[in-house]
Write a protein that binds this ligand. Structure first.
Ligand SMILES: Cc1cc2nc3c(=O)[nH]c(=O)nc-3n(C[C@H](O)[C@H](O)[C@H](O)COP(=O)(O)OP(=O)(O)OC[C@H]3O[C@@H](n4cnc5c(N)ncnc54)[C@H](O)[C@@H]3O)c2cc1C
Length: 375
């Protein structure tokens, strides 16, 4: 049996968890351990980001020129058929300024973890069956099963939930999440012919959802269908034949991807949600575990990195007793961000008016679904 004694334990080694660890060390922190249930080889989705992400990484003294070269590919524009069958061209539906990038997620996530390790942090993948308890002196005791070490214990002063949309730790602690919709993604990676593949993104709406395609490399494109979980289940769109038939409703994408070969379909939750009730002391959630955004916004990765950075600084302020309100300020900021996002999202969905009676669009056109009254 192994016991780790650390100042901060971060559960989840995605961009939010890794950045939180880097930020904590950057602001003078010391003993930080990141644990993850996976072997870090999982399929990662979500790649379109704004250039401001690089500013945050620069602030944390990461080599942004090297990162840009290794993992950030300039995006040559997004074509959307959203609200009309006519194309409109822009960098993003949410922002209109600056060149955006497509990130190579495998390379990016691993670059963050490598930085964390180079700066003295520890990363322990393959830890399953996690249980969490707050001790009498407000510290944290975690028990997990490690693939080769067996049962492990972690004693920590601070606990960070960076487990993504599943928010596993927050749920174990009884923290309520408000889900604003039931959006899910059913997607796959396509192999394409490099001679006919422009490096672009395409959005195309249909009666019960929307399609998104992005060229990741000249040979690989990700193609994803977004709709509500109940509709996916009703029409069985997670089945390859049904998914392919549905693509027939998106003429622009069909035309562009007619020679592509599909790999296996995957399904991911893509709903908007936020943690709302009081949270225990010495605990903070970052990234999707704190607030998760509709992928149409391309805000998820930026928020994962910025919330991780902000949380790392707040941890240090709390540890050194320099700002007793650091965690409250952080949570208020997350909530403000989310409220602003809700307004933008509502505006974007209202731009599609062609199917007023469809379940998918009418849910998004009613005030209740998109308003911030939920918070
Ligand atoms: C289909 C789709 C498309 C998207 N497109 C974009 C986009 O274009 N642009 C954008 O900015 N964002 C996009 N996003 C959102 C983006 O992917 C996420 O916001 C981002 O990955 C969040 O990072 P994170 O570190 O919070 O969580 P994650 O990246 O989900 O990482 C969570 C980590 O926690 C680990 N974990 C989970 N459970 C446990 C557990 N019980 N114990 C230990 N470890 C655990 C996981 O293995 C994982 O390593 C998209 C999301 C989806 C679903």
């Amino acid at each position: 049996m192994t016991t780790f004694y650390v100042d901060v334990v971060i559960v989840g080694a995605g961009p939010a968890g890794a950045t939180c660890g880097i930020s904590y060390l950057h602001h003078g922190g010391d003993r930080v351990l990141v644990i993850d249930s996976s072997d870090l080889q999982q399929v990662r989705v979500g790649e379109h980001v704004s250039p401001s992400l690089l500013d945050i990484l620069g602030y944390l003294h990461m080599d942004t020129d090297a990162l840009k070269q290794e993992c950030f590919h300039p995006n040559y524009g997004k074509t959307s058929y959203w609200g009309s069958h006519l194309a409109s061209l822009h960098d993003s539906l949410f922002t209109t300024v600056g060149t955006t990038f497509n990130v190579d997620r495998d390379a990016f996530d691993l670059a963050l973890l490598k930085t964390l390790i180079d700066r003295g942090g520890n990363v322990l993948p393959r830890c399953s069956k996690l249980s969490v308890n707050q001790t009498e002196n407000n510290g944290w005791h975690l028990i997990a099963h490690h693939a080769s070490q067996g049962k492990i214990h972690v004693m920590a002063n601070y606990l960070i939930d960076a487990t993504g949309r599943s928010a596993v730790i927050s749920r174990q602690l009884g923290i309520e999440r408000k889900k604003l919709d039931r959006l899910v993604a059913v997607g796959c990676f396509l192999e394409t012919d490099q001679t006919t593949q422009p490096m672009e993104q395409v959005l195309e709406t249909c009666e019960q959802g929307w399609w998104y395609s992005a060229a990741l490399t000249p040979q690989q494109t990700v193609l994803t269908w977004f709709s509500d979980a109940d509709l996916v289940s009703q029409y069985q769109w997670q089945k390859p034949n049904n998914w392919c038939r549905l693509l027939g409703q998106a003429p622009q994408l069909c035309k562009r991807l007619k020679d592509a070969t599909a790999k296996r379909l995957w399904v991911r939750p893509a709903n908007s949600q936020i943690s709302i009730n009081r949270q225990p002391e010495y605990f903070i959630a970052v990234g999707d575990a704190a607030a998760a955004f509709d992928p149409v916004s391309s805000m998820g990765l930026g928020f994962a990195v910025s919330s991780g950075c902000f949380a790392g600084k707040a941890l240090m302020a709390s540890q050194q007793n320099t700002n007793s309100l650091a965690f409250d300020t952080y949570r208020d900021d997350v909530q403000r961000n989310f409220i602003h996002y809700c307004h933008l999202k509502s505006e974007v969905y209202k731009r599609e008016k062609r199917w007023p009676t469809s379940a998918f669009w009418s849910r998004r056109h009613t005030l209740k679904d998109t308003s911030t009254n939920y918070l």
